[in-house]
Design a protein around this ligand. Structure first.
Ligand code: OOG
Ligand code: MG
Length: 263
């Protein structure tokens, strides 16, 4: 058992690293006893701290490491989740400033926007789809607070699953308007294809990843709520961001979403 003080200390160190834009070393090296459950306790403390210090509130959740492409890239073979905050959302029309970020990467995502709570006790894929208001293209900027973007499963969970910023399209698609298994995805960087994928690369169906998370949340006394945005996890590996870059995600049957990095 790790002491509450230690968990608070780790949450504070991660908060400070993000705030002052520097890298920290993995905590499992110092605390080999750090488990996945304890890491989510740290994540909860980090979110409370951020809400208080940054005067913001939660806006939803993000899944991480739900596709083989991402798991292989990061060397972590289990999914994770993190909390999205209102101040992480960026306007797709505005160039993205890299100034306050450590070593950001960007990745294509499918966002689910919820119209109903998912209280459980057991959440099924059908319930996730029934509770979804609409789906839409999104991109996530991840910015691990760890040295060289290198971490273990508990480390990345404590660090809110590398959450940094997110961008959601203004388009709205009903879940039955798009093929959430076979829909193709093309992710481009400066008009060159960076990677391609399909919606089913996310655990066979992105709603399956969300059902997995919804059940984990319930076990911790939390839940997806009406109005929440949920990013279902990157469909491809993530791309390093450079000043002036343009990134576009195009899904079959949905209008594409583009962002530009500031010069
Ligand atoms: C962890 C977060 C992964 C995703 O969509 O797979 C993630 C990381 O790779 O830093 O957000
Ligand atoms: Mg992601």
């Amino acid at each position: 058992m790790m002491k509450t003080d230690t968990l608070e200390q780790i949450a504070y160190e991660l908060f400070k690293a993000e705030h002052d834009v520097y890298e920290v070393t993995k905590f499992v090296e110092q605390y080999p006893e750090l488990t996945v459950e304890t890491a989510y306790d740290i994540q909860d403390k980090l979110i409370d701290l951020k809400c208080k210090q940054e005067q913001t509130k939660t806006s939803g959740f993000k899944l991480g490491l739900t596709s083989k492409a991402k798991q292989q890239m990061m060397g972590v073979h289990e999914p994770t989740y993190g909390v999205l905050l209102a101040n992480m959302e960026l306007d797709p029309q505005q160039p993205i400033s890299l100034k306050t970020l450590i070593h950001p990467k960007i990745e294509p995502e499918i966002a689910f926007i919820f119209k109903k709570d998912l209280p459980g006790p057991v959440v099924t894929v059908a319930q996730v789809l029934a509770a979804t208001d609409y789906v839409t293209p999104a991109m996530e900027i991840i910015d691990s607070r760890y040295l060289n973007f290198n971490f273990t499963l508990p480390d990345v969970i404590a660090d809110n699953s590398s959450s940094s910023r997110y961008i959601v399209s203004t388009q709205k698609y009903a879940v039955n308007e798009v093929d959430l298994v076979n829909m193709g995805c093309i992710f481009t960087q400066n008009d060159e294809v960076f990677a391609t994928s399909t919606a089913g690369s996310i655990m066979g169906h992105p709603a399956r990843a969300i059902a997995w998370m919804a059940n984990k949340l319930i076990a911790r006394g939390q839940k997806i709520r009406a109005g929440d945005v949920v990013l279902s996890g990157a469909l491809t590996g993530s791309a390093t961001m450079h000043a002036g870059d343009q990134f576009t995600v195009s899904f079959d049957g949905m209008e594409s979403l583009s962002v530009r990095v500031a010069q």
